[in-house]
Design a protein around this ligand. Structure first.
Ligand code: MN
Length: 716
């Protein structure tokens, strides 16, 4: 095996950049990043012996293969400056800009791991990767490029380190590359991992491939010419490539018990054309000339894979009876297939991504965003990793529609997930499901190769809230949720209109007079809304009272009868104002955890100031002579710790959804305990809140979850 190329030059990088970036300012920024990095890393060398700057150039060059944008290329060149030189983030911000500094910082955050046990490190690593990814997916793409170059030069490290790096790469980075659809990097990483983890297997396969290479090349060339001729006859502009399978993918097949000689898709062609229509025309032409193998035809154009991949696949008996795996796709689809999320860059400027792959990528990124929100809540590492593994990196299953369309879904998906994947309308009018000709319950767990038929009815009244507990995919859940929010919105509008009508009747104002064009304009300007529907909605959702809206029109305006002024609180930097005492030590009691808005009482301790309890705290019983009046200081905006107990039915995503709700409610979680009981689950969580109102809103939101039985504030 030849060693990798070791030295790179700036000219090489610039040549590759210029292929797709033609702005002078872009090129000069990249040059500046290069000079900066070269200067900072001066005197540093790689384990493989050459100057450090070569690693940075190599990383940037890898990034050009996925058409990284200017800032990402700069960050690629600078990615080790924070970690390995005296450079500060502020310096990067000043020299470059905050976006580039942010990217470099993100990469460094992922790289910085020091942990005692391997498992713990792995968990933290996942966390960092996912966090990095969700903050800005470019961070993870830089990390992948960095790792790819490190893997290429892995031979320079001692044996033991090689295995460790390779293992980590295969366990964490390649699945992430796969999920982001960056096939190019994923596939090279896998081959490199195999080479170091199982060198004998790797070289054995490589040798076998070599031995049969000439024969294969000849057959492929012949088949390629034949197919190309057919397409030319039909005036289809095309490009055909002979394709070699990666060593790793052959290894996976051998591992499943297949013989080397039986791996028929060793011979493979890829046909690229301009339009989707041509893809389907070509599949017809090929099948009429070469007999296809039944069940090997897959239409990933109509049904893209979760990572956005689109293509037609078929396997046919080709020249001399050799089996050929043929992929047919458009140039656009090829771009997504090779570069995944990174293809956003290439497409931003001139083309638009196919809708399906774009929305799937966005959904993916949104999911990562949800994961980072979880992380903010200080979820236990274990729960975090489990949710990542289960939802992001889990294996997928393939199921079929009765017509034979194939759908990719995460393991554990139900007919509900399937229905929503097919179409939102199918999901919303679903009344039952038939799998492999048997009626199944809606929570049936779909298996690989199931044929799923969804029964629908025009009279269906839509999804039930219970479905939220059954559905597995974020997509289905979001659609079910949005069905309900939409419905709730309609209810608010109706309610708001009624309330306004009622109030107008009370004031003996004619409805049509009140909503004259002139008045409407005044009201809408005032509340900064756009239509009369918004007014109803705002009233219905209690944003404004009907009286307030009516009062916006001068002639109906009534002066408020009484104006209440809040007494000005004393200026003190304590949370608590103690009657008659200015500077005194005050503690909030640990038993009842009072928060602003609670009725409170001070208890004078022996030598430790005043402890503040809620007035219903059982620990205060019979201690009247030591009590003192206290009140909250409205000037202080602190966060307070309280414990709440959540009684829930067993439901896989409960924790995840509680976390999400906390994040969206601007509540951070301090600790969390899960207590599994026979029929239900108790979560004891400590949260930081602003005040009683904040806490109560959160508790009310939680108790609206269908699987949550009750939510209580805890008092010892
Ligand atoms: Mn590096």
């Amino acid at each position: 095996m030849t060693k990798e190329k070791l030295t790179y030059s700036m000219d090489e990088l610039i040549d590759k950049v210029k292929v797709y970036i033609d702005s002078d300012s872009g090129i000069s920024l990249i040059t500046k990043a290069y000079e900066f990095a070269k200067d900072k890393h001066a005197g540093q060398y790689r384990a493989s012996g050459e100057e450090y700057i070569n690693h940075l150039l190599a990383t940037a060059i890898i990034l050009t293969t996925v058409y990284a944008d200017t800032y990402t290329l700069c960050a690629g060149l600078l990615h080790d400056t924070l970690e390995d030189t005296d450079t500060t983030k502020q310096e990067l911000e000043e020299e470059f800009n905050s976006e580039i500094a942010g990217l470099v910082y993100g990469v460094s955050k992922i790289s910085r791991i020091h942990f005692s046990t391997e498992n713990e490190a792995l968990i933290e690593y996942y966390k960092k990767i996912i966090v990095g990814m969700s903050e800005d997916v470019r961070v993870i793409i830089i990390k992948l490029a960095d790792r790819l170059h490190n893997m290429r030069t892995l031979w320079a490290l001692p044996e033991e380190k090689r295995k460790k790096k390779a293992k980590e790469t295969l366990e964490i980075l390649t699945p992430i590359a796969h999920h982001l659809g960056i096939h190019k990097i994923k596939s090279e990483l896998e081959d490199l991992c195999l080479r170091y983890l199982k060198p004998d297997v790797f070289y054995d396969i490589a040798e076998k491939l070599n031995k049969t290479k000439l024969e294969r090349d000849n057959v492929v060339a012949e088949m390629l010419t034949s197919v190309s001729n057919i397409l030319t006859e039909h005036h289809i502009k095309h490009e055909i490539k002979g394709r070699s399978k990666s060593i790793y993918s052959i290894y996976k097949k051998l591992e499943k018990g297949r013989k080397f000689s039986d791996i028929y898709d060793l011979l493979a062609l890829r046909i690229l054309v301009e339009s989707e229509q041509e893809c389907y025309t070509i599949i017809g032409l090929i099948h009429s000339k070469y007999k296809p193998i039944p069940k090997r035809f897959k239409d990933y154009i109509a049904m893209p894979k979760a990572n956005g991949y689109q293509s037609l696949h078929t396997t046919v008996f080709g020249i001399d009876g050799y089996l050929f795996e043929i992929q047919i796709r458009t140039y656009d689809m090829d771009e997504v297939a090779e570069n995944g999320v990174a293809s956003h860059w290439a497409y931003k400027e001139h083309k638009d991504l196919t809708k399906a792959s774009k929305s799937s990528t966005e959904a993916k990124l949104q999911f990562f965003k949800a994961i980072i929100d979880l992380n903010e809540d200080k979820m236990s590492s274990e729960d975090f990793v489990n949710s990542v593994k289960n939802e992001v990196l889990s294996d997928n299953i393939y199921v079929f529609s009765p017509k034979g369309d194939i759908f990719e879904l995460p393991k554990g998906s139900t007919p509900i997930d399937f229905a929503y994947r097919v179409h939102t309308k199918i999901g919303e009018s679903m009344i039952g499901a038939i799998v492999n000709n048997n009626i199944v319950p809606l929570d049936y767990e779909l298996q690989d190769n199931d044929i799923v038929k969804i029964n629908t009815s025009k009279n269906s009244c839509g999804p039930s809230k219970e479905w939220l507990n059954i559905a597995k995919t974020t997509q289905a859940k979001n659609k079910i949720k949005s069905f309900f929010t939409k419905n709730e919105k309609d209810l608010y509008i109706e309610k708001g209109k009624e309330a306004l009508e009622k109030e107008l009747r009370k004031k003996k104002i004619a409805f049509n007079d009140f909503l004259s064009d002139e008045n409407l304009t005044i009201i809408l300007n005032n509340i900064k809304e756009e239509s009369v529907i918004d007014i109803y909605y705002d009233i219905g959702s209690n944003k404004y009272s009907p009286t307030y809206i009516i009062g916006l029109i001068d002639k109906y305006h009534e002066e408020p009868k009484e104006i209440k002024l809040k007494p000005k609180p004393k200026n003190t930097d304590n949370d608590i104002i103690v009657d008659g005492i200015d500077k005194i030590k005050v503690n909030l009691a640990n038993c009842c955890h009072p928060i602003p808005g609670d009725n409170i009482i001070g208890y004078i301790t022996k030598g430790n100031g005043i402890t503040i309890h809620r007035d219903n705290c059982p620990n205060l019983y019979n201690l009247e002579e030591r009590m003192i009046n206290v009140s909250w200081n409205d000037n202080i905006k602190n966060k307070y710790l309280v414990t709440i107990m959540i009684y829930s039915k067993p439901y896989n995503n409960a924790l995840l959804e509680i976390m999400q709700k906390a994040t969206t409610s601007n509540i951070s979680i301090d600790s969390m305990k899960t207590i599994n009981k026979i029929d239900d689950v108790l979560y004891e969580i400590e949260v930081w809140v602003n005040n009683v109102e904040h806490l109560n809103n959160f508790m009310r939101d939680l108790s609206n979850f269908t699987y949550i039985n009750s939510v209580e504030r805890f008092m010892r």
